[in-house]
Design a protein around this ligand. Structure first.
Ligand code: DON
Length: 419
């Protein structure tokens, strides 16, 4: 069944279809044979619901969009310190395929080829065989996508045969000890990593898994810990779009990664995963139509990271009186997400409630609460509960153990239980 969101996405594609700028990434000969008119977009929500439009089932190679996920796998398996010993987190301001190293002898970040080749070489540890490294990467990226992915052998062979530049980068990395294996073998398996095939739906699911702290909302598998996602999204935000990162931050404002096959994926923390595909790319290696699609989505749906902060501070209705078995109480119904900013405002509103009034604090419509939001709300409940009857309605158990407040608190599953 088509939904208004599918129709909206189809409309976004229609508006971008006329743009025929850019060129196929023919430095990989097989990519010069792709149909340049292909066009698709997908969105995956926090609960795993997918909306998509255009050539949604077309498969293309993941290319540099593999980089954040392999970085995530390396962080998960080796820890932050060991990965940081081999690759930095500073934007390079250079093109993705620059033969560059920072002054400290490490590649500047894991999103450019030099950093990505270094990160690739870490997977499975120094003793892992080439096959083992590749298998772990395919397994890991498949877990992000929530289905078994495969490799496009034609694109892999075509790129590997002509991968002189990446071999130059790998030789440079070997000469300074950033990689320890034979450079040609590392480039071959890195090239295989880049030739994993995905659709826009896969990319949107992979992106939302990063956005949701590492749990794939469709399979419910925890792929990586939350701290890894924070690290990866931070590096995507600053380095994911290479030497166009500043333009991207200002115009789109979503942590993102592109690939020369024409895909772009974006992950808005706690919110949504997005993907676009169209094969013609600009001088930075970003899909021309893909960038336009993201600009529209960001603007139309208010997804810019610097806007969303404010939108989160939507809290509550202080909604009148409620009848309890033994009298009436003030009904404070919270709505939205409870973070530092939103709870701080809520606490000031709660301070205005006259002392002594019985109070029902109702969390039924709270979508999300983070640890500091929970702590602050519990403290507020402790204060509010002094000298009055306090009922907490918390059907999803968001406050987990509200008796931490030390109060003799009535906790009810549904407000009906109390009426
Ligand atoms: O290593 C390469 O050159 C390609 N396999 C990937 C480059 C890429 O996707 C750049 N991003 N937009």
């Amino acid at each position: 069944m088509r939904t208004p969101v599918d129709d909206y996405l189809a409309d976004v594609l229609t508006r971008c279809r006329d743009n025929t700028d850019g060129a196929l990434a023919d430095y990989i000969p097989e990519l010069a044979c792709v149909d340049p008119s292909l066009l698709a977009a997908a969105v995956c929500m926090a609960d795993g619901t997918i909306y998509a439009a255009g050539d949604v089932d077309h498969r293309f190679t993941i290319q540099s969009m593999s980089k954040p996920f392999v970085y995530a796998l390396a962080l998960r398996d080796l820890g932050e310190r060991e990965v940081a010993a081999r690759v930095g987190v500073e934007p390079s301001g250079d093109a993705f395929n620059q033969l560059s190293l920072g002054r400290d002898g490490r590649p500047r970040n894991p999103m450019i080829n030099a950093g990505a080749i270094a990160v690739h070489s870490l997977i499975g540890g120094p003793d892992a065989s080439d096959a083992e490294r590749s298998r772990r990467i395919l397994d890991g990226i498949s877990a992000f996508a929530g289905r078994r992915l495969d490799v496009d052998d034609a694109v892999f062979e075509s790129e590997f045969e002509t991968s002189f530049r990446n071999r130059g980068i790998a030789n440079m990395l070997r000469s300074v000890g950033v990689i320890t294996q034979e450079p040609r073998d590392v480039v071959r398996e890195y090239t295989r990593q880049c030739a994993i095939r995905v659709s826009v739906r896969d990319l949107a699911v992979m992106a939302v898994t990063l956005a949701m702290g590492g749990v794939n909302p469709r399979t419910r598998e925890r792929v990586v810990p939350a701290w890894v996602c924070r690290q990866v999204l931070s590096v995507m935000m600053t380095c994911g779009m290479y030497d166009a990162a500043g333009d991207w931050m200002t115009s789109v404002g979503i942590p993102a990664k592109s690939g020369v096959s024409g895909g772009v994926l974006g992950a808005l923390p706690g919110h949504v995963g997005l993907a676009a595909f169209s094969p013609k790319v600009d001088d930075h290696g970003h899909s021309v139509r893909g960038v336009r699609i993201f600009e529209r989505l960001s603007r139309d749906l208010s997804l810019h990271l610097m806007e969303v902060q404010e939108a989160r501070v939507r809290i509550l209705q202080s909604s009148g009186e409620v009848e309890l078995r033994d009298g009436t109480a003030r009904h404070v119904q919270l709505r939205g997400a409870l973070y530092f900013g939103s709870v701080e405002r809520l606490l000031r509103e709660l301070d205005d409630i006259p002392p002594g009034d019985a109070l029902v604090v109702d969390l039924t419509e709270v979508a999300h609460i983070n640890p500091i939001g929970r702590r602050m709300l519990l403290d507020a409940m402790a204060r509010l509960g002094e000298g009055r009857r306090l009922v907490l309605v918390d059907p999803s158990g968001r406050l987990r153990n509200p008796r931490e407040t030390g109060l003799d608190l009535d906790v009810v599953r549904k407000i009906a239980d109390e009426q």
